[in-house]
Design a protein around this ligand. Structure first.
Ligand code: 0A1
Ligand code: ZN
Length: 886
């Protein structure tokens, strides 16, 4: 029976817990269907709580076998036990010990929350509210306890037994085929950071010596035979540990750090103290199975989870409304790490692409929410791009506003002051206000107001006065529950670029001036609805390069003409804005084409843009990764977002294909030449320089094949046959997959035969097929669901086939007959019965439905209503359906 009755949880209702649990001693007897968990909880009344309150412990689908209070049975009138709650009506006023034995069935746990089986491996996932599926507990992040965990299992089934902290004991259980291990974690932690793993796993080991000379034993546990595939992850881990010491002064604190890769996992990875559990997709990589993007993602996720040790674990969240306190900050830290390990500019472009692709649509649709929400129905649905990516952008803005030195001082103060506590956003911001002597009240609106602000910039040059005037205006559309927005504090990094590309010094007079600090740092603060700044001594008409490095998560609308954009592509000293100028140019071209196509005409042509890209390839020979970004056009989803209303995905697709084909034809010689020049040489290396060469080579082949399909197709075929790396192989297959016919089917077949033993590679095969922009794709997806390599119980498979179709195939998911919507609705309804978290995430693919043209939006709405009307929906799916329709 499903017992989810969703009640909104409100930040305003926060109260400290009435009881605290100082220590937890767990004894877990692993069994595939009848695991026994004995929990011994040392509990005491919380001086900050309500004296004499009942003790209410959370549970979820639990069966209690035995309960003792201070070693005694409890009289039935004073205890109430249900699968989702255990209440002691009048617990002792003094510290007491509660012993609870529960029985759970890991094999039947398809939600993958709590203790479950990933193939043969026992593992746990407790964030956000999974610990209550293991034992009754105060399952909230502000209850911090010291855990000692004994795990017992059959040696043959689980020779490896892991938990948080340090291993303090282990051995056989005489006279049986079983053994045990005892782990102790000295750092008090919330229950969501608890983890245990049992299984027959292979492993690799290494050691890291911290800055103060302590040795930390590192282990990565994987399926037997996959040990070599974990070597890159281990390298990334050691680099992360060293980087956190230099960049943030943070040293690791336990004697051990273990990572376990599992194949069934709802999310990317989990930062459990000393025992990170990973989706194997973010651990396993060999050149022949993983692309350069996979390598970069592994590095980023390994770093992210490791960095949580300080931002999340040592300082945790007071309540789940503060989720961005750990997530936004940790994303910021992993972005900085990747920028330092790779090219800062290229990483920034990639991060902004992700923000715009994932977060901007969230902010523009019915699922928009604050970075610090003030109410939720189901916390699982708040692991969003808004909390993570926009949360990170807020930290980045803070650094731009107060400067690097004050930012580091603020971080140090935060670590110092809040170590060992469960903190809030207010606690965090107060550290930066204190060190920078700034009032950050208005800045904090970024946490409390949803929506992407629009910054409109008008410029005018006065030749006689030699002045250049910049008029900035900010606005933000209403979002659900927030009709009116107060002005944000928007840091706008800028430069003035002369026609010949020379930078112009920033100076202002007394009227419409900027502060000396703003001018010195090249950052204007827009904190009012409008602001005018007049620059003086500007000898020639300049182009304003605004929002350099994407200094704020806003949309910018600027009065620049096409020639000025081309000048920026060529000359801007800020590489992000060189890339942005090319994107803006392409966007304008595409928008014009979409209009023409919708009124029955042909897409527009424009030679000047091709010439600008030609020069960009030539002048960035030394930075191929950057050149690759410049020639990669905005995605169809980017265009849909720009158009914003009455969207027709078919017209966008036609316009995009036409532009790609025209550019491919115009640039064919240089694309081919660059492709050949960058042919692989020497041994494979996953580093950023080598990956950059492959990225440009791939981008060239892709555009070339769009313009010159016969020759391009033949080249792709040759690359597919001879590829030595997955990057090259999948790029070639991607091109072949977009051309209907026998050759495509054969290539897909060959790829499957080559990689059928590697599920993570077969995921790429699913993704490619699910994203073919053709009418037959839905039928193909349905057929692939019958394929032996597909499974509805494995989240990676579901995301690769169904998720990619819904989120990565604009024309087919949004097919005009509504078939894509209907399909997704049925899948969500079915999947909700086994894995609500994954089902709810799939349903979020409808997040932009209101922006579609009327026929499609009506069909999308009908599909959402069909989901919403189902009886017994999980809280997860009910929440997404309800908010999407509100
Ligand atoms: N804290 C993790 C994300 C995460 C959240 C919930 C999960 O439940 C299935 C798993 C992981 C992170 O930020 O990496
Ligand atoms: Zn995280």
């Amino acid at each position: 029976m499903r017992t989810d009755v969703a009640q909104p949880v409100r930040l305003a209702d926060y109260r400290p817990p009435d009881y605290l649990i100082d220590t937890v001693v767990l004894d877990v007897l692993l069994h595939d269907t009848e695991t026994r968990v004995r929990a011994k909880l040392s509990i005491r009344p919380n001086p900050a709580g309500r004296a004499g309150a009942p003790l209410v412990l959370d549970g979820d689908e639990l069966t209690a076998k035995k309960i003792l209070l201070d070693g005694q049975d409890i009289s039935p009138e004073t205890i109430f036990v249900a699968p989702d709650q255990l209440t002691l009506a009048s617990p002792p006023r003094q510290p007491f010990v509660l012993e609870i034995e529960t029985e759970i069935n890991p094999s039947a746990n398809t939600k993958l929350m709590g203790l479950y089986r990933s193939g043969p491996v026992y593992c746990t996932q407790c964030e956000a509210e999974g610990f209550r599926r293991i034992t009754y507990f105060l399952d909230r992040p502000d209850v911090l306890s010291v855990y000692t965990t004994r795990i017992e299992a059959a040696v043959s089934e689980a020779p490896i037994l892991l938990s948080n902290g340090n291993k303090i004991d282990a051995g056989p259980i005489d006279g049986t085929d079983r053994h045990f291990a005892v782990w102790h974690d000295p750092f008090p932690k919330p229950s969501y950071l608890f983890a245990l793993v049992g299984g027959d796993l292979g492993s690799i080991h290494d050691e890291f010596t911290t800055v103060s000379g302590r040795k930390v034993a590192l282990g990565i546990y994987v399926e037997h035979g996959k040990e070599k595939s974990a070597v890159y992850a281990m390298d990334a881990l050691k680099r992360s540990m060293a980087w956190d010491e230099t960049a943030f002064g943070r040293e690791y604190d336990l004697d051990m750090f273990n990572i376990v890769a599992v194949s069934s996992f709802n999310m990317g990875a989990m930062e459990n103290k000393g025992l990170n559990v990973f989706n194997d997709k973010y651990v396993l990589a060999l050149p022949e199975t993983a692309t350069d993007t996979d390598y970069a993602n592994i590095e980023a996720v390994i770093a992210h989870e490791y960095f949580h040790n300080w931002t999340g674990n040592r300082i945790t969240c007071r309540d789940w409304f503060q989720l961005c306190l750990k997530e936004g900050l940790t994303v910021f830290r992993d972005h900085e790490f990747s920028a330092d390990q790779r090219s800062r500019a290229v990483r920034r472009i990639a991060d902004v692409r992700t923000l715009r692709a994932a977060q901007f649509p969230e902010d523009a649709g019915p699922l928009a929410h604050n970075v610090r929400p003030d109410t939720y129905l189901e916390i699982n649905n708040f692991y969003t791009a808004t909390i993570y990516e926009k949360g990170s952008e807020i930290i980045r803005m803070l650094k731009v506003l107060i400067g690097e030195t004050a930012f580091r001082a603020g971080m140090d103060l935060y670590f110092d002051r809040y170590d060992g506590t469960a903190a809030t956003i207010e606690n965090f911001i107060s550290c930066f206000a204190e060190v920078s002597h700034r009032d950050l009240t208005q800045f904090s609106r970024w946490y409390h107001q949803a929506g992407t602000p629009l910054v409109e910039a008008q410029t005018s040059y006065d030749a006689a006065k030699q002045t250049f005037t910049l008029d900035l205006k900010q606005s933000c559309k209403p979002t659900p529950g927030q009709d009116h927005k107060e002005p944000f504090v928007i840091p706008i990094e800028l430069g003035l670029v002369a026609a010949d590309g020379a930078p112009i010094a920033l100076q202002t007079g007394t009227e419409d001036g900027a502060s000396a600090d703003e001018l010195a740092r090249g950052v204007l603060e827009l904190s009012t609805p409008e602001r005018r700044v007049t620059f003086c001594d500007v000898a020639t008409p300049p182009v304003a390069s605004l929002l350099r490095g994407f200094s704020a998560p806003v949309r910018l609308s600027q009065s620049v003409n096409e020639n000025e954009l081309i000048a920026l592509v060529a000359h801007d000293s800020d590489s992000f804005n060189r890339w942005q100028a090319a994107q803006t140019y392409a966007t304008r071209l595409l928008l014009r084409s979409v209009d023409l196509v919708r009124s029955g005409g042909k897409p527009c042509e424009d030679e000047a843009f091709g010439e600008a890209l030609y020069r960009a390839i030539e002048s960035n020979i030394g930075d191929p990764a950057f050149a690759a970004q410049v020639i990669s056009l905005p995605s169809e989803a980017d265009m849909a977002r720009e158009i914003g209303e009455n969207v027709d995905p078919d017209a966008i697709h036609v316009a995009k294909q036409a532009l790609r084909a025209a550019l491919g034809r115009q640039l064919a010689p240089i694309l081919l030449q660059t492709y050949e020049r960058l042919a692989p040489e020497g041994a494979y290396s996953p580093d950023a320089a080598a990956a950059g060469r492959r990225a440009l080579r791939t981008a060239c082949l892709d555009l070339y094949a769009a313009g010159v399909p016969d020759e391009g197709g033949a080249l792709a075929q040759r690359q597919f046959e001879t590829a030595q790396t997955m990057t090259d192989e999948i790029a070639a297959l991607g091109i072949l997959t977009h051309v209907p016919g026998e050759r495509r089917e054969q290539a897909l077949d060959t790829f499957y035969q080559r990689h059928s033993s590697e599920p993570l590679v077969i995921d790429k095969w699913f993704i490619l097929q699910a994203t073919i922009p053709e009418k037959g794709t839905l039928a193909r997806v349905k057929k692939l669901m019958e394929h032996p390599a597909f499974s509805l119980t494995n989240p990676n498979r579901v995301r690769s086939l169904i998720g990619a179709f819904a989120s990565g195939n604009q024309t087919q998911f949004n097919a005009a007959d509504g078939s894509g919507y209907h399909f997704l609705a049925e899948i969500v309804i079915g999947l909700d019965r086994t894995n609500p978290q994954v089902a709810a995430r799939l349903l979020a693919a409808f997040k932009s439905w209101r922006a579609l043209e009327s026929k499609r939006s009506a069909l999308a709405e009908a599909a959402l209503r069909r989901v919403a009307q189902v009886n017994d929906l999980s809280a997860d799916v009910k929440d997404i359906a309800g908010r999407s329709l509100a």
